[in-house]
Each structure stands twice: as C-alpha cells, then as structure tokens.
Design a protein around this ligand. Structure first.
Ligand SMILES: Cc1cc2nc3c(=O)[nH]c(=O)nc-3n(C[C@H](O)[C@H](O)[C@H](O)COP(=O)(O)OP(=O)(O)OC[C@H]3O[C@@H](n4cnc5c(N)ncnc54)[C@H](O)[C@@H]3O)c2cc1C
Length: 415
C-alpha cells in the first residue's frame, strides 16, 4: 500500500501536484479550506449578476506547455476556445485606431514586414529591441532593458507585460518578462494562440477533481489547515482544528496555499509579501457574431475585453489605483470606454465588478528574489504555488509547473 501525500490547497498548484502523484499510482489526500476547489481560478454563481462567472478572466497562450499537459491529463482541453491562429485585435481609445497583430505560425516573422499585421506606427527593427529581455539579469526591470516609450511600448509591450506580470513593466522584472517571451513570442505564432476557457471550473477544476477521485484520491473541502507539527526534520502532524492527523513515516506533505497563509504555517519562511489587484467588470449584453473574442484596449482604463455568450467582461491588471472608487462610477466609466471603442450602445447594461485584491504577487525583482524553491528544511515537506520560485510570473502556467515539481520531489521522498 503506497504512503499518502497530503496536499493542502486545491488551487491549480495543489491539483496539478495531486494529479501527477495519482498518475504515478500514489495515494493523495487533498485538503481545501474553501467550500469549493480552484482557488484563484474558479467559476461561481454570482447572485448580484445572476449568472455563473469566473472570478477573473484568464488568458492562456498555447505555448504554456505545463498548462497544456495538465489539461491533457485531466481532459479539460476541449473546454478552451482556440481561434487556431495567433491573432490579437487592438483598439486605441485616444486615436480611435483599430488594428490586428497577426503572428506567423512558424519562426520566420514575416508579419513584422507587413504593416497591416504589425502595430501601427512601428518598424520591424523596433521589435528587435525586446530581444535582450530574454537574457536579462534578475535585478533589472522591463524598462531598464527596453525603451519605455513610443508606439511599440504603449501599444504592445506595456499591455502584454502588464497582463503577464500583473505589474507595471516600469517596476516589473525583466527576467520574468523574458521568461514569458521565451515560452511564447520567441517560439512563433503556434505558441501564441490566445486560449480562453468557456468557464474556468469546467476546464481546469472539475476534470482534475474527477481524475484524482477516479484514481482513489480524496478531496476534502471546508478543511482549513491550522498548524503543522515539525519534529525530527520532518512534518509529523497536520492540525485541521478538529484533531491532528499524524503524517506517517514515508508519507509526505505538499503545502499549496497562498504565501500569506504559508508564512503563518511554516516557521521562518521568506516569501513574497506584496500583491497587486485585478479588477474584472462584467456586463450583460448580447454581442454581434463579428465581435472579436478578445480585444486589447490602449489609452484608457479598460485593458482587455473578453466576449462570452450573453456577456462582455473586461480585465484591468495592477488595478490598485482603482481601489476606493465608487463601484457605480467605475462601472459607468468603463462602459463609456467600451462603448466608445466598440460602438456598443451607450446605455449601461446590468453589471458586476469583482476586485481580487491580492490577485497575484507583484512581479518586481525584489519580490521575485523572495520566492522560495519547492524544497524545505524538512525532508517530507514541499512547497507549491504560483508564488514559489518557478522562473515564471504568478500565472496558471507557473502554478501548474510548481505542482508538477513538488509532486516529483514528494514521490521521490515518499516510501
Ligand atoms: C482575477 C485574476 C485574474 C487572473 N488572470 C490570469 C490570466 O489571465 N492568466 C494566468 O495565467 N493567470 C491569471 N491569474 C493568476 C492565476 O489565477 C493564479 O496564478 C493561480 O490560480 C494560482 O494558483 P495556486 O494554486 O498557486 O494558488 P490559489 O489558487 O490561491 O490556491 C491556493 C488554495 O489554498 C487554499 N487555502 C488557503 N489557506 C488554506 C489552509 N489553511 N488550508 C487549506 N487550504 C487553504 C485556498 O482556498 C486556495 O484554494 C489571475 C488571477 C486572478 C485572481
């Protein structure tokens, strides 16, 4: 009988670890504090809006290979919309211009030489200026490495890296931006298809739970870890408030909770401690079939517009500047921008605003330096989560990768 791995936290990191261990025939017991799995990547019924929505629009690119492995294993890949090409529609609120970035599937970037497929106001040579990001040192910010002004910055690099890092590129880590480029743009358009889930839970969470349970694993909800007893160089017991569970010899523990929780449970843990919010606004509206699935907006407050059946949802990253604004005012201001840029009617539809205050760690060089690896000083105890040192920003890809990595270590350490 294999020894159990206790996985604390059923976000993407915990579920990815649990699936990989279950795949290897290991016994897993997942413990989740909330009444629902998925953490920061989940769907829920919003009674104010009167519909099931995601806690935030999530964009994945086809080059996110850990996420693709996860979806393939769990069986949720068919729940992602893939337009089949790397095409991104953009609009400039200030000038009223619209354009499409249309990247070749292969490595040869012929799109750079076609003004109709690159960013208006840019030249092919401008794009070369971003290459040094891919080997940038860990102390540099994005704009230490690339020019933080001009059409290419304002219309491509700023929106792209703000979204990927959830941090203004002026303070965001060049190393992390470079890691995103290596996985996506540097591999050509085949690695840059924008993928959006029809629903986050349907794509990422429900298939993973079914996979784990089908292989004899358990997922207990409403089970908050309150303390860990460390004895003789190992995690020896887990305290869930209703009695301690002994961690038997040969059993292992993966802690996959957010950093602010991990720091209360693990003595002396250094971890990121600054966060940025993401605001999503949802509007109930039927969209014309010609409406693009995703529209990037520059020159306003709205950053990305996502089209869903009967609903339009927008995302604003690094949105702390909006905290404190009255919700009604924000909903109206954002809709005025949406209407101006899309031609949709000016009258404000039924809306909902969701502000995830600690959406991700801030991806500055200083915070990146605080990220611990998966291994700890306790031989059967490992860390996972988008905030651990994955070499990537705090994203779906990073969270899943961290879970895979912790699973390998736990399998090795277990009996
Ligand atoms: C609004 C928003 C938009 C985003 N957009 C994107 C995007 O477009 N693309 C992208 O790649 N990424 C995006 N992200 C980031 C992505 O969602 C996260 O990186 C990822 O979901 C983190 O997964 P995780 O497992 O590391 O952490 P979490 O999802 O936070 O999981 C941790 C789990 O631990 C549980 N827990 C906490 N304390 C305890 C305890 N004491 N005991 C037991 N369980 C506990 C929590 O309830 C939670 O379920 C976005 C995030 C947000 C919030």
């Amino acid at each position: 009988m294999p020894s159990v791995t206790h996985i604390v936290g059923a976000g993407l990191a915990g579920l990815s670890a649990a699936m990989r261990l279950a795949e290897r025939g290991r016994k897993v017991a997942v413990h989740e504090a909330a009444g629902q799995a998925g953490g920061r990547c989940r769907s829920y019924y919003d009674s104010g809006f009167g519909a099931v929505i995601d806690n935030g629009n999530h964009l994945l690119l086809s080059g996110n290979d850990a996420a693709m492995r996860y979806l393939k294993l769990a069986g949720g890949a068919d729940k992602l919309q893939d337009p089949g090409r790397a095409e991104f529609a953009f609009a400039d609120l200030g000038t009223g211009e619209h354009w499409k970035l249309s990247i070749d599937e292969g490595l040869w970037p012929s799109w750079l030489f076609d003004p109709a497929r690159r960013v208006p106001g840019t030249k092919p040579a401008d794009y070369l200026g971003a290459l040094p990001l891919m080997w940038a040192g860990s102390r540099k910010t994005v704009t230490d490495v690339i020019r933080g002004e001009g059409a290419l910055y304002k219309r491509l690099w700023e929106p792209l890296f703000l979204a990927a890092l959830n941090t203004d590129p002026r303070e965001g880590s060049a190393k992390l931006a470079g890691a995103v480029m290596r996985k996506t743009l540097a591999k050509g358009g085949a690695a840059c298809h924008p993928l959006v889930a029809e629903g986050l839970s349907a794509a990422f969470i429900e298939p993973a739970l079914a996979y784990i349970e089908a292989r004899g694993g358990s997922v207990a909800l409403g089970r908050r870890l309150r303390g860990i007893a460390f004895e003789e160089g190992r995690a020896a017991a887990l305290d869930f408030g209703d009695g301690r569970i002994a961690v038997e010899e040969g059993a292992t523990v993966i802690l996959a909770v957010p950093p602010w929780v991990a720091q209360t449970l693990v003595p002396g843990l250094d971890a990121p401690d600054e966060f940025r919010s993401i605001v999503n606004a949802h509007y109930r509206i039927e969209l014309p079939p010609s409406f693009p699935p995703i529209l990037g907006v520059v020159g306003g407050t709205v950053e990305w517009i996502f089209a869903f059946p009967g609903r339009l949802s927008i995302t604003i990253s690094g949105a702390d500047r909006l905290t404190g604004l009255p919700r009604e005012e924000l909903a109206a201001r954002l809709w005025a921008e949406i209407s101006a840029v899309t031609g949709l009617p000016e009258s404000l539809p039924h809306w909902q605003i969701v502000n995830e205050k600690r959406a991700t760690m801030v991806a500055t060089p200083a915070q990146d330096a605080r990220r611990p690896g998966p291994q700890t000083g306790w031989r059967n105890f490992f860390l996972a989560g988008d905030w651990t040192q994955t070499g990537l920003p705090a994203t779906i890809e990073g969270a899943i990768l961290s879970g895979e990595r912790a699973a390998v270590l736990a399998a090795r350490a277990g009996a």
